[in-house]
Design a protein around this ligand. Structure first.
Ligand SMILES: *[C@@H]1O[C@H](CO)[C@@H](O)[C@H](O)[C@H]1NC(C)=O
Ligand SMILES: *[C@@H]1O[C@H](CO)[C@@H](O)[C@H](O)[C@H]1NC(C)=O
Length: 512
């Protein structure tokens, strides 16, 4: 035990102390699912207040170490009391009634919580209303517990900043191994879900920001089809790629939350287009234990399962493939996305060109809607950082992506060409899936490898599920991806895989 040893020991000690005082007849707080919470509410064994108190205590004990939460709602207990009163008076409320939720700090909330993308530049800015997804959560009865940390500006300020760092809450840590990368940019959401600091969390992905932290922190992340969930009131990078999705401990929890947050929002045009993908009867019907039966799965072996022979990862995935077959899936092995190299080479450059211009424009539009803000443009934010070099660690991490984005002047011929190219490149996955009549592609999700860019450029969905733990105890996941609107199939596959493997275990807080 070195750097975090003593902090760790005292935290674990406190945690033990705390968990003894949080015994509720018949209810297990640790790893609680939405369903178990709902049942305990209905049976009168648990109140929303008790649940919120438990998570607040977890945050108080673990957050100094993990830095997963930026702010806690000052009125979280009042929200819980309100839900409890409603329940006592016979009103059952929505499916998340009384359930505490943490939101990535780029998702706007009205009221006492700040919305800052982790940056000091937005501290004190006032939003005029809740983000579309926050509205839906409240309507479903959720308690907004607080804001989760993230890689500052969803990792769009500079390339050299580490994942999980933001000026407002410092360096987030991987609860499985504190020295390991928690990945980002929805780092705090994934860490908090893993460490039982909330029942459920929301993240946002532009390219990898749900998939990667979910895999690194052994939780389930759903990156929905772009437009399925509203981005209104979310600090943006790109309307073409941004998508809000749940990060939870189980597939069924993530699906419960997905069902709540999808749908039309007049403030986000893309939601109108995506309505056609929402199945009648919702998403929960696809939580089938036999969901792997008959599914044609494309194993992208060369690109994503290239692990050294004999490594933990290689062994674990071979075992998973056997399990999938045993559960009735048809595995099409050694498949390749036909234009995978182009996606990674010219696609990477095109994505950068497009995202930088889109970011400058969409940030301006987000900032213009704020009731009050100390900054109103990317130029203002850059100037703010220059004035707060120490707090914002500008000399250390720079703001090269910001500077490059500031140089853009809208969607000109270069950007139009880049966006067109990305659309063309996204057809590679479409072609593979049609030719082999696949239900999903399968890719390992580790700190070094992720299928996120393939999915990002097409607005395609993906679900990441815990798959194992490496030699050093750092978790890795598996991603199931498909074409726009394929959530029902991806849910069937990932739920059946999760139920057949039950890989997830709570964090071990290893210190080196
Ligand atoms: C929001 O930020 C302000 C500083 O501008 C701070 O005083 C306040 O406590 C923050 N809100 C919460 C809920 O932490
Ligand atoms: C911005 O544009 C100017 C003028 O073309 C150029 O000199 C500078 O290097 C650019 N800066 C970045 C960060 O791209």
């Amino acid at each position: 035990m070195r750097s975090f040893g003593s902090a760790l020991l005292s935290s674990l000690f406190l945690l033990l102390m705390a968990s003894t005082s949080f015994k509720c007849e018949g209810f297990e707080f640790r790893e609680a699912t939405i369903e178990s919470i709902r049942q305990a509410f209905d049976a009168g064994e648990l109140t929303s207040r008790q649940l919120v108190e438990y998570y607040l205590e977890q945050i108080r004990l673990l957050n100094p170490l993990l830095r997963a939460v930026i702010e806690v709602s000052p009125d979280a207990l009042q929200q819980a009391d309100y839900a409890d009163r409603e329940r006592r008076s016979g009103r059952r409320g929505g499916v998340l009634h009384g359930v505490p939720v943490l939101l990535k700090d780029n998702i706007a909330t009205r009221g006492p919580l700040n919305t800052t993308a982790g940056s000091l530049a937005l501290l004190g800015s006032v939003v005029s209303r809740d983000a579309g997804v926050a509205q839906r959560l409240r309507r479903a009865g959720a308690v907004i517990l607080g804001k989760a940390s993230l890689s500052e500006w969803a990792h769009f300020r500079s390339f050299s900043a580490p994942s999980g760092w933001c000026a407002r809450s410092g360096q987030g840590r991987n609860p499985y191994r504190l020295s390991a990368d928690p990945c980002g940019s929805s780092s705090g959401s994934a860490i908090a879900a893993a460490a039982n600091m909330a029942a459920v969390t929301l993240g946002m992905e532009t390219d990898g920001s749900i998939i990667c932290p979910s895999s690194a922190n052994s939780v389930v992340g759903i990156k929905p089809t772009v437009g399925l969930t509203s981005r209104a009131g979310v600090i943006p990078i790109s309307p073409r790629q941004d998508t809000v999705g749940p990060i939870c401990r189980t597939v069924s929890d993530a699906v419960e939350v997905l069902e709540v947050i999808v749908g039309y929002d007049l403030r986000d045009r893309a939601t109108l287009e995506a309505i056609k993908y929402i199945p009648k009867g919702g998403y929960k019907q696809f939580l089938k234990v036999e969901g792997l039966k008959g599914k044609r799965l494309g194993i992208l072996r060369k690109a994503f399962f290239n692990f050294p022979t004999g490594s933990v990862e290689a062994q674990v995935f071979e075992e998973h493939f056997r399990t999938m077959r045993k559960r009735g899936a048809i595995l099409l092995d050694n498949l390749e996305i036909p234009n995978f190299n182009e996606i990674n080479s010219i696609g990477g450059i095109a994505e950068e060109i497009a995202l930088e211009a889109e970011f400058k424009l969409s940030l301006k539009s987000y900032l213009s809607e704020l009731t009050y803000s100390p900054v109103r443009s990317l130029a203002d934010v850059i100037a703010f950082n220059d004035r707060h070099k120490v707090e914002e660690k500008v000399d250390e991490y720079g703001q090269d992506v910001f500077l490059s984005a500031e140089n853009t002047t809208g969607i000109g011929p270069g950007e139009t060409k880049a966006i067109h190219l990305l659309k063309e490149l996204s057809k590679g996955l479409e072609r593979l899936m049609m030719e082999k009549t696949l239900d999903a592609i399968v890719a390992a999700a580790t700190l070094d490898t992720s299928v996120s860019n393939v999915l990002a450029i097409g607005g395609y969905p993906g679900i990441t599920v815990p798959a194992g733990y490496g030699k050093s105890g750092v978790p890795f996941g598996v991603s199931f991806g498909g074409l726009r609107g394929s959530e029902p199939k991806l849910i069937e596959i990932s739920y059946a895989f999760e139920q057949a493997t039950l890989v997830r275990k709570p964090p071990s807080y290893l210190s080196e």
